[in-house]
Design a protein around this ligand. Structure first.
Ligand code: V0V
Ligand code: CO
Length: 136
């Protein structure tokens, strides 16, 4: 069902400072920087290898998902995203197995992808994202 770990999302207070730290420390390349109003984030994708990334996330507001997470838990791993061939198919199959979907339909994600989230309480406490990459 999964093609790869697409990205690990890390919540932070200051995106530019975290980019500076990660690029220096791990010699990672910044592939994109985007603002996603719907998800309430300013984010950057740093390539680890192939199609696997670290996604650094700064909230646009305190009442966004990442803003609430930071207030409650502080900086750290916010979600894990898996690549899937077809996000709608994956949502249907996983949903039919009793996992709560946080999105009724796919949403716009980083780099033109289509994404959907699964409830962390149904997946071992891990907020899980499904990612269908944009067509090349
Ligand atoms: C909350 N909980 C988490 C969690 N956030 N557990 C693990 N990882 C997280 N990130 C736990 C929380 O501690 C509660 O457990 C329980 O889930 C319910 O949380 P809550 O605080 O009552 O509810 P909210 O309002 O904070 O909502 C949490 C959810 C929300 C996960 C439902 O954040 C959401 O819908 N997220 C999906 C969208 C999102 O995260 N977008 C930002 C990334 P206890 O304390 O009751 O035991 S955008 C992105 O990745 C993009 C654009 C991309 O990849 O392209
Ligand atoms: Co993500």
């Amino acid at each position: 069902m999964f093609l790869r770990i697409d990205h690990i999302g890390i919540a932070c207070h200051d995106l530019e400072a975290k980019i500076e730290q990660f690029t220096t420390l791990f010699e990672l390349e910044v592939v994109t920087r985007e603002v996603n109003e719907e998800q309430g984030v300013k984010e950057a994708m740093l390539r680890v290898a192939g199609d696997s990334y670290i996604q650094l996330l700064e909230p646009l507001s305190a009442d966004s998902p990442v803003g609430k997470f930071l207030a409650k838990r502080g900086e750290g791993v916010h979600h894990v995203a898996f690549g899937v061939p077809d996000v709608t198919d994956a949502m249907e199959v996983i949903g039919s197995r009793g996992v709560r979907l946080l999105d009724e339909q796919p949403r716009h994600g980083s780099m033109g992808s289509s994404i959907a989230f699964l409830h962390p309480k149904d997946v071992g406490g891990m907020l899980t994202e499904l990612v269908q990459a944009a067509k090349p």
